[in-house]
Design a protein around this ligand. Structure first.
Ligand code: ATR
Length: 365
């Protein structure tokens, strides 16, 4: 009877965390330039088809509006998502929201479409992308404009120099980088303050912790972890079905492939058992772990489903001590993770800690 009662209590607690209607999402400063966002953002990419088919437009807009109604004000998109469609979708949702209360983050720098994509960061390209994003979003300014991937042929000073002009013109409020090296960050920051670094960070992708996280803290740069749920792995993707993904982006991802997903299942199992201990679900525990990495850390999990969005909001109610965080980290030893962190077929783009040539040293070819 005692056991039954405690199960009931656990179920009630889970239910409470899943239904976060009454919870206030904290607001935090991202970077030291004045940008304020909700502690949890929404990655909009998958609304336009990434892991699955795109949602019908009205449904995509409903997810964004629902997130806003719950206190999420930080929405992440990019020109490349859905081949421009994701910016258009967010723009349509914005028409039904108070623009000044929303922080729109978008990105430039990945040109072409998968798998024929390449990285571009020349000043002319930066400007033309910004103009095009402003039109698609139908807004007068972009709150946070990231370089999506670092162009290894263009000195970062040139790219950021143009971003600085866009800030001065009022088209962009704050600027960010994604997947730069520490040296690229320092050089960029010397030209114009970098407000945020968007980078992969989750229980099974930890390689930013040694150098990039301390550097961001030294320079006052906020951290926006993408794929905080391991592209759905900690929500059970590939594991619960016990099969590799056959379509969508994860079909190209080493960690989800047949040879690796079985090995990675033991990681999921350990997270699941710790989630039970904390009376939450595995994705909530994985997200809570990221949320606890600091006040300057604002993850942007993606989802196409209101019920998953509700569950992700519930991660804000999971309280973890230093000891809990250590125990959870230790349950996912990086050496146990089977498969690299990036997609097969995209090794040619500068997805990881990229450098650029020294200023004024480009050789014309
Ligand atoms: P990305 O940043 O690349 O979008 P992510 O945020 O780590 O990656 O994970 C996104 C994936 O997690 C999506 O496939 C999403 O699937 P749904 O659209 O079906 O929700 C999945 N996901 C998000 N929240 C989830 C949850 N609470 N439970 C299960 N899966 C979830």
């Amino acid at each position: 009877m005692q056991v039954l009662r405690s199960y009931a209590e656990v179920a009630k607690e889970r239910q409470r965390r899943t239904n976060m209607a009454e919870v206030q999402i904290p607001r935090v400063k991202l970077g030291t330039q004045g940008l304020e966002v909700s502690k949890l953002g929404l990655g909009c990419m998958s609304l336009s088809g990434a892991y699955n088919d795109p949602l019908p437009e009205e449904e995509g807009i409903s997810v964004i509006k629902y997130a806003f109604s719950k206190g999420i004000t930080f929405f992440d998109t990019a020109d490349v998502y859905g081949a421009n469609a994701n910016e258009v979708l967010l723009g349509k949702a914005l028409k039904q929201l108070p623009r000044e209360k929303v922080q729109v983050a978008t990105k430039f720098g990945i040109a072409g479409s998968f798998p024929n994509i390449h990285v571009k960061g020349s000043p002319e390209y930066v400007r033309s992308c910004c103009e095009a994003s402003l039109k698609r979003l139908d807004v007068e300014y972009i709150d946070l404009y990231y370089q999506h991937r670092v162009d290894q042929t263009v000195p970062i000073e040139e790219t950021v120099g143009e971003l600085k002009k866009l800030v001065e013109e009022g088209k962009v409020k704050y600027i960010g980088l994604s997947e730069p090296s520490p040296d690229t960050i320092r050089r960029a920051h010397a030209i114009h303050p970098i407000t945020a670094l968007q980078i992969e960070w989750s229980l099974w992708t930890r390689d930013i912790e040694d150098e990039l996280v301390p550097l961001c803290r030294e320079l006052g740069i906020g951290i926006v972890p993408y794929s905080p749920l391991g592209r759905g792995f900690f929500g059970g993707k590939g594991v619960l079905e016990n099969m590799p993904a056959s379509s969508g982006l994860t079909a190209h991802h080493p960690r989800f492939r047949a040879e690796n997903i079985g090995k990675n299942k033991s990681i999921y199992d350990r997270v699941e058992s710790l989630a039970k201990k904390h009376q939450c679900t595995p994705p909530q525990l994985a997200l809570a772990w990221v949320l606890h990495q600091g006040n300057d850390v604002v993850p942007i999990p993606g989802t196409t489903k209101i019920k998953n969005l509700d569950q992700n909001l519930g991660a804000l109610a999971v309280k973890l001590s230093e000891r809990d965080l250590r125990e959870i980290s230790e349950a996912v030893p990086i050496d146990d993770v089977a498969g690299g962190r990036y997609y097969n077929g995209l090794e040619h783009i500068s997805w990881k800690f990229a450098n650029t040539p020294p200023k004024d040293s480009r050789i014309s070819i």
